[in-house]
Design a protein around this ligand. Structure first.
Ligand SMILES: [Zn+2]
Length: 267
């Protein structure tokens, strides 16, 4: 069909042409579907025993009419998983690409005349826009690099596990992930506290331990038992131990999300 067209456009063009052909009554004479209709009629008017295939032994075997009827249902259904669907998709891709390479037709008007300019389909524009948008959005996120710790997932879609958690836990998860959780480091950065020391394991501010995400997830003595549970589950799910994880990566790995959410609930 030419440049700037998608398989979707080729499918629409094929449907339009099929409808035009189907609208002509003579197109049905002798066609496969026409034979199916006649077989269906015959089944309704004749005794069932007359409709066996030669060599069929009993009435429990499918009759010709029955088989035809099922095949027609398969033909008109557009659901996935039908063997012909993959083939049709392959043809649509071929038809949408450059005609001179594959012997496909150029896109024409309904009366068959060539279009003066090669049109660009909406489906094609949409695909190009999303192809541009994804890397740009990723670059923008990476450049912002919130609090130095936000790690984007490799897959484009968001992790579904935290979205299913109760609101309180989910919001804590996303705060930690984006570097906006109420930690000592965060409070100091927004000038809410004079220092960033951990008030859990160092209430008298003697050791001066920084309260970072890393500290809370790995080292803070106040949450020792919960940390042990978390890292045991992470190791089981990923075969990687505590020391090999940065918290940013942990919060971006969907295999770890159930354990992380339970850790947040228990703390
Ligand atoms: Zn601490």
């Amino acid at each position: 069909m030419g440049y700037y067209q998608e398989a979707y456009d080729a499918e629409c063009a094929a449907i339009a042409r099929a409808l035009a052909v189907a609208a002509r009554p003579q197109a049905w004479q002798g066609s496969y579907l026409h034979r199916c209709d006649r077989a269906d009629d015959a089944r309704r008017t004749r005794p069932r025993s007359d409709l066996r295939h030669p060599g069929e032994a009993s009435d429990s075997n499918p009759t010709q009419a029955g088989t035809c009827h099922r095949n027609r249902n398969q033909l008109v259904s557009s659901a996935q998983g039908i063997p012909g669907n993959e083939v049709a998709d392959g043809w649509a891709k071929l038809a949408a690409s450059e005609p001179d390479e594959h012997g496909a037709e150029w896109l024409t008007r309904a009366d068959g005349t060539r279009l003066p300019e090669r049109p660009t389909s909406l489906a094609h524009l949409r695909r190009r826009a999303s192809e541009k948008k994804c890397p740009e959005a990723r670059t923008w996120c990476e450049r912002r690099n919130l609090n130095g710790g936000y790690v984007l997932r490799k897959k484009g879609k968001p992790d579904p596990t935290p979205t299913r958690a109760e609101k309180r836990t989910a919001s804590r998860f996303y705060q930690l992930k984006s570097g906006h959780a109420i930690t000592g480091v965060y409070l100091k950065s927004v000038v809410n506290r004079p220092d960033d020391h951990c008030w859990w394991c160092d209430p008298k501010n003697i050791s001066g331990t920084q309260q970072t995400r890393d500290h809370l997830f790995k080292y803070c003595s106040r949450w020792k038992d919960q940390q042990a549970g978390l890292w045991a589950r992470v190791k089981e799910a990923t075969k990687r131990g505590k020391q090999k994880w940065r918290v940013g990566d942990l919060l971006a790995d969907e295999r770890c999300s159930p354990a992380v959410l339970d850790f947040l609930r228990s703390t």
